[in-house]
Write a protein that binds this ligand. Structure first.
Ligand SMILES: NC(=O)c1ccc[n+]([C@@H]2O[C@H](COP(=O)([O-])OP(=O)(O)OC[C@H]3O[C@@H](n4cnc5c(N)ncnc54)[C@H](O)[C@@H]3O)[C@@H](O)[C@H]2O)c1
Length: 450
């Protein structure tokens, strides 16, 4: 995480004017997000699950009893200022796509038909080599990948102009691509730009969107496990363009719980012998993940979590021999209402074994939509605060949080929240809270805020 000055944020530009929230992908997650914000604007729903809208943050010592709403502490764009746009290979508008996704009640959707119907997808940059289970007609043609990137850049400029937007942010809500580890072409910005010109087959569509966003100084958040913001070339570009990036893969259901339970077990020094996670899911995302190449991306982002939290290298007696299995099964009858099971084999004092079973009947897009909103608002804030490069303080939202090369990512949800809160206090020039707490017990720590 870098900033414009070594001493911190000098001045955050005000959130004036309209903010374009652009989503590559207008499927279940994106349309549930658009519809939710429209419903909240109409006053028929509350922004449940959104930290930017409902979160409270403590300031100063506990004895001061000072709490502020997040939006009162830092200058976030208001929901009324958001304008939605996106790209998709299917030409359906957001109302039609939301009907197809079957996440929201028909009656609610009918009441939002007018604003949702106005959101029509721009032609996508799409390549079946990277998403094998889908195909659609609404796609761009170009001389090479550089040309496709230029077309996306033009889309961003046109959208901002047409909708009189002062700024834009991009949050990837499109399908999970086939796993592509970084190669030579991703090693530097120069190599990547040459690769765009030469149509390098290892450059995926999501990387082309990331590139286009950053070149337009549009903050970019990656909601899928696609490998894009992780690439050295993208990190170089985000620094060069003084534009923030964050990722990857929205932390919603099973992994959210994993990053609550696993730190708890580790904090109490309880051992883990195995963690078996399986899911049934019947939406389009599940259909795409049924392809082994796309599943591989998801497996990588879902599996890293335990290794990092439980750190077998530091706790060899407790975690060096964990059997961690993650499965996703495409099962159409469930639609977006995913069911996740976790069986956790743990052991305690004298090695006695115990088990934990978790059965989470969740709604995938209902959990993801508020994350899209928070990321859009926080990435816009980061841009106005002069932040560039990796935004580690937004790890809270991701299954595979980005961290500076050489740094272990932070997965523990409560530590991620502390990091997020302290970053907001830092933005607001409030004292950071270290939770030491000795000051309440007569130990005179003048500088301590606990
Ligand atoms: N819902 C969750 O809980 C959750 C959690 C973490 C991550 N995600 C990720 O979010 C993404 C979206 O999930 P969803 O449930 O909305 O899926 P979805 O299949 O309903 O929607 C994805 C949309 O992206 C479109 N698309 C695919 N490639 C595209 C491209 N190159 N350009 C533009 N559009 C393209 C598809 O046509 C589809 O309409 C997936 O990658 C998913 O893995 C979802």
């Amino acid at each position: 995480m870098e900033m414009s000055s070594k001493t911190g944020v000098s001045k955050i530009a005000p959130a004036e004017g309209r903010l374009a929230v652009l989503t590559p992908g207008m499927g279940a997650v994106a349309t549930t997000f658009f519809a939710g914000v429209e419903a909240i604007r109409k006053g028929v729903a509350k922004p449940i699950g959104s930290y930017t809208q409902m979160g409270q943050i403590r300031l100063g010592k506990r004895t001061e009893n000072r709490h502020r709403a997040v939006g009162d502490l830092v200058p976030l764009a208001a929901l009324e200022q958001l304008v939605f746009g996106g790209w998709d290979v299917f030409p359906e508008n957001a109302y039609e796509s939301a009907r197809h996704a079957r996440v929201l009640d028909q009656a609610l959707l009918e009441s939002l038909k007018e604003p949702l119907s106005r959101i029509t997808p721009m032609p996508a940059v799409f390549d079946r080599e990277f998403v094998r289970r889908l195909d659609g007609p609404n796609r761009k043609r170009g001389r090479n990948k550089r040309d496709l990137a230029e077309q996306l850049r033009q889309d961003i400029r046109d959208f901002k102009l047409e909708h009189s937007c002062a700024r834009a942010v991009m949050v990837w809500c499109a399908s999970t691509e086939v796993y592509t580890p970084p190669g030579e072409v991703h090693r530097s910005l120069k190599a990547f730009e040459q690769g765009l010109l030469e149509n390098d087959p290892t450059i995926s569509p999501s990387q082309i969107y990331t590139y286009a966003a950053l070149r337009e100084r549009v903050p970019y958040a990656n909601g899928s496990p696609n490998v894009s913001v992780e690439m050295p070339c993208m990190q170089e570009l985000s620094r060069e363009m003084a534009t923030p990036i964050s990722g990857s893969d929205f932390k919603t259901g099973q992994t959210l719980l994993k990053t609550v339970i696993a730190p708890g077990l580790r904090n109490r020094q309880l051992g883990v012998a195995g963690w078996y996670s399986t899911n049934i899911l019947g939406n389009r995302d599940g259909e795409v993940l049924d392809d082994p190449g796309s599943f591989k991306s998801k497996e990588v982002s879902k599996s890293g979590v335990l290794g990092d939290i439980l750190s077998g290298d530091r706790y060899p007696d407790l975690y060096s021999d964990i059997h961690h299995v993650v499965r996703i099964n495409y099962y159409p009858p469930r639609g977006d209402n995913k069911e996740g099971w976790d069986n956790i084999d743990i052991f305690g004092w004298l090695g006695y074994p115990m088990q934990i079973k978790v059965n989470f009947l969740c709604r995938d897009s209902i959990l993801a939509a508020p994350i899209v909103l928070d990321l859009a608002l926080f990435m816009d804030l980061a841009g106005r605060a002069g932040m560039r490069g990796i935004q580690e303080w937004l790890s809270f939202y991701f299954k595979a949080p980005l961290a500076q090369p050489g740094l272990r990512p932070e997965h523990d949800l409560s530590v991620q929240l502390l990091k997020l809160e302290n970053t907001l206090r830092f933005f607001a020039r409030e004292e950071l809270i270290n939770h030491l707490g000795l000051t309440y017990y007569g130990v005179d720590e003048a500088a301590e805020v606990a």
